[in-house]
Design a protein around this ligand. Structure first.
Ligand code: PEP
Ligand code: MG
Length: 873
């Protein structure tokens, strides 16, 4: 097994082995784009190293040395040599890009000997010494663990002494002094100084890049983006090209389209006389790419040509890193550009229109979960508020929250449920956990391609970058602009669409559905087999769901209508009724209320099926909690209260005690409740039937599906269906309103005896929430806060089975249920209405099993439409 490949040996298809960067550079060589020479250590070498606890696989070092040798031959240079020295970069390159999360070492090969050679050869001693100080700084920090600020502090101190502002204003002598200082700093922190042999430095650098796969920030990033932990990173060793050689050199980052909006336009930044990190880390604020035309016209034109070629070649928007070394352009990396959902839709649509890709390819490329971003509220374009200040509109959307100044605080407060906006000089990769927890990110430095911007866009979080008027005082924990001083905890609003920043919380309005959204989802509808419905309990939700493309309602949870403040007392008096008459009177009052709700929903969904579920939760859910009521009674007693108040409280307590259960989720709920109190079910059926008739009389077209929850035995459904049909016949004598009766399959037994149950059902709807709970034996209400997280962390479970279906267990029961049900009733309609109905991975399984539809919350409907299309491609 080979562990190292020359860059010239690879192709784009070798990405799993060579990582994104290695494969991207190899592909560029193949199509004749100028890139530096070098070689790639495979992801397999990294994985093998991780698996053995840090020991390299046999022969890896020898292979690296052999490829280094060959590189020296090809370039006619030697690593660390006094004459014609070879300098290399050592860069990570994961299979799925993780911008900025892993380590990079530049200028390796510079030493006391080679710095002299480089100075002579280039005729530019300043440049040579700049490389040297950069190397010590980066190598010291990344490989030997010297805190980065220890170096930065020295640079700042020296600049202050010299009275200059920018790094590139330091002289050769200054840089020589810095090199000495840096060595001392390193010695102080490591106790033994840095190794001086470049080959040893290379060995340690490769090891450091391997290890950077497993840093906390890389792990947090992988969690947030669902990237598996066992992929490992490749390591790319490439000959250095220098953007820091003076005025004829530069380095930059660009995208072939605007990654925030998708618009085809020039988008990028560069810095003259600088190296890569300077741009992305926001050390100096970079210049807009368009300005490069003036300073480096030839390289600029070649860059534009190359960008166009690469986009055409890959058929997708590219994110490119380049360096101009004394007038000559080199590309260091090209990869698929991370983009917002809005940009993803626009780019997909435009590339299809331009004839670059077909619709299937376009649909495959859009991440369904990303669509969620487009459905969040934003600022009202006509709000008329005056901004405090403005920065770059780096990632669109509005973020409202309290100001926090560091990632730990952001994570702490954000995880506790507070909305926070992370305000930083510039974010670093180590801030990732804070970015995840925040509503948005605001930085005072850095540009459109800065780390904060890239990460925010990838997560769909609003980001305003480089708001330079803001003065952050980290000690005082304030941010000042003009006369306004905001302290930690004050609320701000950032608008990543415009770059504006406001004091206080601005009102958000519902999003507008764009043409790109409508068009791309229409393509999805053309190819998907699986139907998509919504779970909705109100007319407003139903209307929203329909607007987002729902083809009906798959679950209306009627009990949610009982929780309303005005209705709860009526529901309680129904539960507490002593006699049948009392209960009937309470139900009589509830009926018109439910009927009104159903009328709204059936109107919103006219012409489409609406599945209405009969009451499901145990009755005590509508009464006070047992402990609370006990305490209440005790307080009254202690206070010496007597009379009706105490009597009523005691009576209520007695009811609560009578109805309370050890395991309410497995108790008197669902069909069990309806069989015990058929009058409740009758009232609901009446309300549904009357609503349907009323709506029909108004010229609408209601399609009612009445659904019975928590059935485990066919006899339950047989009896319940009788109750439903009898009542329906009383209300709709001519049976002229379409209706059907079906059941949820949400107990393992129901799935196993689905054949018998189907004899009484017109349809099945899999309630995978309860089915998961009862199959895997994990409580859906308690799990997340307890062992489940630890299980997932430890790799015992691949993920939360309530979010994404347990394919082997619960999935098998769904499969069995469908098969047995259809054995009895060949055209049995089947769907799923648990949370999994909106989860792309679960949708793939449901499509494969052959369900007719999935049903999910209204805002997940577009996600489900796209995910269902992707499995049909
Ligand atoms: C289910 O159990 O999957 C379901 C949809 O019902 P509920 O979530 O209301 O229990
Ligand atoms: Mg359920």
């Amino acid at each position: 097994r080979r562990l190292v490949y020359d860059l010239g040996e690879g192709t784009a298809e070798m990405k799993p082995l060579l990582g994104g960067k290695g494969a991207g550079v190899a592909e560029m060589i193949r199509i004749g784009v100028p890139v530096p020479d070098g070689f790639t250590v495979t992801t397999e070498a990294c994985v093998a190293t991780m698996e053995s606890g840090g020991t390299w696989p046999d022969g890896l070092w020898e292979e690296i040395l052999a490829h280094l040798d060959a590189l020296e031959q090809r370039t006619g240079r030697r690593l660390g040599a006094a004459e014609r020295p070879l300098l290399v970069s050592v860069r990570s390159g994961a299979v799925m890009s993780m911008p900025g999360m892993m380590d990079t070492i530049l200028n390796l090969g510079i030493s006391d000997e080679s710095v002299v050679g480089l100075a002579e050869e280039s005729g530019n001693p300043r440049f040579a010494w700049d490389c040297y100080r950069r190397f010590l700084q980066m190598y010291g920090e990344v490989v030997e663990g010297v805190p980065g600020h220890a170096f930065e502090d020295e640079i700042s101190a020296l600049k202050a002494r010299r009275g200059v502002e920018l790094d590139n204003e330091l002289t050769v002598e200054d840089l020589q002094e810095l090199v000495d200082t840096f060595r001392t700093v390193a010695l102080r922190h490591t106790g033994q100084g840095l190794p001086t042999d470049p080959r040893e430095q290379l060995r340690r650098s490769v090891q450091a890049v391997f290890s950077s796969w497993d840093t906390p920030r890389a792990n947090v990033y992988r969690r947030a983006h669902d990237i598996p932990d066992d992929l490992g990173t490749a390591v790319n060793v490439m000959q250095m090209v220098f953007g820091n050689r003076g005025d004829t050199s530069a380095t930059g980052v660009c995208f072939t389209r605007n990654p925030a909006t998708g618009t085809k336009e020039l988008y990028g930044e560069f810095l003259v006389d600088a190296q890569g990190e300077d741009v992305v880390a926001g050390i100096r604020t970079p210049r807009a790419l368009a300005e490069m035309e003036e300073v480096l016209p030839d390289a600029y034109r070649e860059l534009l040509d190359t960008m166009a070629r690469l986009e055409q070649h890959y058929g997708d928007m590219q994110d490119i890193e380049f360096t101009v070394d004394d007038g000559k352009l080199y590309l260091l990396q090209t990869r698929t550009g991370k983009r917002t959902a809005a940009a993803a839709l626009k780019v997909a649509r435009d590339l299809v229109a331009e004839g670059v890709i077909d619709r299937s390819t376009a649909l495959r490329r859009i991440e369904p979960a990303q669509l969620d971003q487009l459905l969040h509220p934003g600022l009202d374009p006509e709000h008329g508020e005056k901004p405090l200040t403005r920065g770059l509109n780096a990632s669109p959307g509005a973020g409202v929250g309290t100001v926090v100044f560091d990632a730990d605080t952001a994570a702490e407060r954000g995880d506790a449920g507070e909305s926070v906006v992370l305000v930083r000089w510039e974010t670093t990769p180590d801030d990732i956990h804070g970015v995840i927890a925040a509503q948005g990110v605001l930085t005072t430095h850095g540009g459109m391609t800065s780390h904060a911007a890239v990460v925010a866009r990838g997560m769909g979080k609003p980001c305003v970058a480089g708001a330079g008027e803001l003065q952050i005082d980290v000690e005082a924990r304030t941010v000042t602009v003009g006369d306004t001083v905001l302290s930690e905890g004050d609320t701000i609003t950032i608008d990543g669409t415009t770059g504006d920043v406001y004091a206080g919380a601005l009102t958000l309005v519902p999003p507008r559905i764009t043409e790109d959204f409508t068009a791309v989802l229409a393509w999805a509808d053309d190819v998907r087999r699986l139907g998509v419905r919504a779970n909705a309990d109100t007319g407003a939700d139903a209307a929203k769901a329909r607007e987002l493309g729902a083809e009906g309602i798959g679950l209306c949870r009627t009990e949610h209508m009982f929780m309303d403040a005005e209705r709860l007392p009526v529901v309680q008096s129904m539960i507490l009724a002593e006699t049948t008459e009392e209960r009937a009177a309470a139900l009589e009052r509830l009926l018109p209320m439910q009927q009104a709700d159903f009328e709204e929903i059936l109107t919103a969904m006219s012409g489409l099926p609406v599945t209405i579920r009969l009451i499901d939760p145990p009755l005590h859910e509508f009464l006070p909690d047992l402990v609370e009521q006990s305490v209440h009674v005790q307080r009254l007693e202690e206070a010496g209260t007597t009379g009706p108040e105490l009597d009523d409280a005691r009576e209520l307590l007695a009811h609560v005690k009578r109805l309370s259960e050890m395991n309410p989720m497995l108790g008197t709920r669902g069909v069990r409740l309806a069989l015990l109190y058929p009058e409740i079910a009758r009232m609901q059926v009446r309300a549904i039937a009357r609503a349907a008739r009323a709506v029909r009389e108004r010229g609408q077209d209601p399609h009612v599906e009445i659904m019975v929850p928590l059935v485990g035995f066919d006899e339950e459904l047989r009896r319940m269906r009788e109750v439903v049909e009898e009542t329906w016949a009383e209300e709709v004598p001519g049976d002229d309103v379409p209706h059907s009766v079906g059941t949820m399959i949400e107990l393992p037994r129901a799935a196993l005896v689905a054949g018998a149950i189907a004899a009484h059902a017109d349809f099945f709807s899999f309630g995978t929430n309860d089915l998961t709970q009862t199959t895997v034996g994990i409580s859906r209400d308690d799990a997340e806060g307890s062992f489940l997280g630890a299980y997932v962390e430890a790799g015992i479970l691949p993920g939360n089975p309530f979010a994404s279906i347990d394919v082997d267990g619960v999935g098998e029961l769904v499969r069995t249920g469908v098969r047995k049900g259809r054995d009895t009733v060949p055209d049995l309609k089947t769907g799923v209405c648990g949370e999994h109905g909106g989860d792309p991975a679960s949708i793939a399984l449901f499509d494969e099993i052959g369900l007719d539809y999935v049903s999910c919350s209204p805002y997940r409907v577009p996600i489900a439409r796209l995910a269902a299309a992707q499995v049909s491609l």
